[in-house]
Design a protein around this ligand. Structure first.
Ligand SMILES: C[S@@+](CC[C@H](N)C(=O)[O-])C[C@H]1O[C@@H](n2cnc3c(N)ncnc32)[C@H](O)[C@@H]1O
Length: 438
């Protein structure tokens, strides 16, 4: 039996997700039982059996969730949405004993209140279950057993049943987050965009809690991102339990084999903050990973190995956290604690602290030019003027969304004798002439 699935992901990673799903089908499902569907902003559609939905949950590093499509119909009013939800055979999937949460998202919906639409979907599901079983499910917005998503466009309503539970970027091992961590699925998608493959040196000189490094190490060791966690579908009445046992057992075996491996992963990290490095180490330990870390100011960084590779970083930017360590190059100095607002993980509270630190970024750019010949550096930032501040010209820039924050992934090819430098004048140009120059 086949189903329609929709897999949301951070915007900008749709093509990377589609190719990842194709690879999962080929590697874990004896062929390619993912029938690829449309890529739309923020996600990818596919058609497949339960095994495909479960494999996407277990193995996708880029997906945010895997949603099972239940119904789709044009609508005009909240009553139409209620009627569509009431007609669905929810009792086939879960009972009134399960707690429920409903979320509605909309693009150009004519409805006046999404909150009211959410209530109507919830009422319809509860009314349906009461009619069929005599009991209504309770609502639990914090830790529901079952989640239903409604997606409204200007004309159509689609209802989805969530198969993931907690969002998939929660791998189940990161507890220590630090000030401004990247979500794991965004980090994994960026790694894919860099073209990095296991065995190539990888270095994050502002590694924070170590998200890029942990994601890369798990790729290198063939550890499934979801092997440590549970999924929403495990609470549904119907899913293919024997196919799930087989998928899960293979992933657990692969993880066990990885633990015994003494492979030199060629994955390295550093950060100016000893506290952050402690958090990263604690995370790696929980994930069963071993990644060498050093306390270094990125202005004084040197390549961790002789062979050039990929450098990847998301530096601090003014609206998230301050650049720390303004001492002379290479000197490590800690500044005060980050503000509470900056510890935000879900979504993005913008906290304007410092203006971007041009001295830091110029020195960081100098370090790349002078000491990283042959490397390819990828920097994620919401600051479009960053290449100017680094006095480097990017080879490419890829729009990506870090939550609601629009960012660019800048690529710098540090090829001997051909580092494309910016004239100092343009670096000072606040218009950020980076746009349009790749
Ligand atoms: C946006 S965070 C990186 C978050 C990281 N990608 C993660 O997922 O946890 C920026 C990091 O840059 C570090 N940092 C700030 N100034 C630095 C400097 N001069 N040299 C090296 N690291 C620095 C901070 O300690 C922080 O961990």
């Amino acid at each position: 039996m086949s189903f329609d699935f929709f897999v949301p992901c951070p915007r900008g990673l749709e093509a990377a997700l589609a190719s990842e799903l194709a690879g999962i089908g080929a590697r874990h499902l004896n062929g390619a039982p993912f029938a690829p569907g449309a890529q739309v902003p923020g996600g990818v559609h596919f058609r497949g059996g339960w095994a495909a939905g479960m494999a996407a949950n277990l193995h996708s590093r880029i997906a945010s969730r895997v949603l099972l499509k239940i119904a789709h119909r044009p609508y005009r009013s909240e009553q139409d949405v209620y009627a569509l939800a009431l007609e669905q055979r929810w009792e086939q999937w879960f009972s009134a004993n399960e707690t429920l949460r409903v979320d509605v998202t909309a693009i150009k919906s004519p409805l006046r209140s999404l909150e009211f639409a959410t209530l109507r979907v919830k009422d319809a599901i509860c009314d349906r279950l009461r009619e069929k079983s005599g009991a209504r499910p309770s609502i639990d917005t914090a830790e529901p057993d079952v989640r239903v998503f409604a997606f409204l466009t200007a004309t159509d309503c689609t209802l989805y049943l969530d198969t993931s539970g907690d969002p998939l970027f929660k791998r189940g091992w990161r507890l220590d987050k630090g000030a401004a961590p990247l979500r794991e699925n965004l980090a994994a998608g960026i790694l894919r965009l860099t073209g990095w493959t296991a065995g190539t040196p990888l270095y994050d000189p502002m590694c924070g809690s170590g998200t890029f490094l942990a994601e890369a190490a798990q790729v290198a060791l063939n550890i499934a991102p979801g092997v440590e966690r549970r999924f929403g579908f495990e609470r549904l009445k119907q899913y293919d339990a024997s196919a799930w046992q087989a998928l899960k057992a293979a992933a657990v075996d692969a993880k066990r084999a990885a633990r015994g491996s003494r492979a030199d992963l060629q994955i390295f990290g550093s950060d100016i903050s000893g506290d952050m490095l402690d958090k990263a180490r604690a995370n790696f330990e929980r994930a069963g990973l071993n990644v060498p870390l050093k306390q270094v100011d990125a202005r004084g960084m040197t390549p961790p190995v002789g062979t050039p590779g990929i450098l990847v970083a998301n530096p601090p930017y003014g609206e998230r956290i301050e650049v720390r360590g303004r001492g002379p190059r290479g000197e490590v100095r800690e500044t005060g604690r980050e503000s509470r607002e900056n510890r935000e993980d879900e979504g993005f509270k913008r906290v304007h602290t410092d203006a971007p630190d041009s001295e830091f970024f110029k020195s960081f750019g100098d370090a790349l030019k002078q000491r990283f010949t042959g490397w390819h550096a990828f920097v994620l930032t919401s600051d479009r003027k960053l290449p100017g501040q680094m006095r480097l010209r990017e080879s490419t820039k890829t729009p990506l969304f870090n939550g609601a924050l629009e960012c660019r992934l800048f690529r710098f090819d540090l090829i001997a004798g051909s580092v494309r430098q910016r004239p100092a004048a343009s670096a000072a140009d606040p218009a950020g002439t980076a746009e349009g120059q790749s």
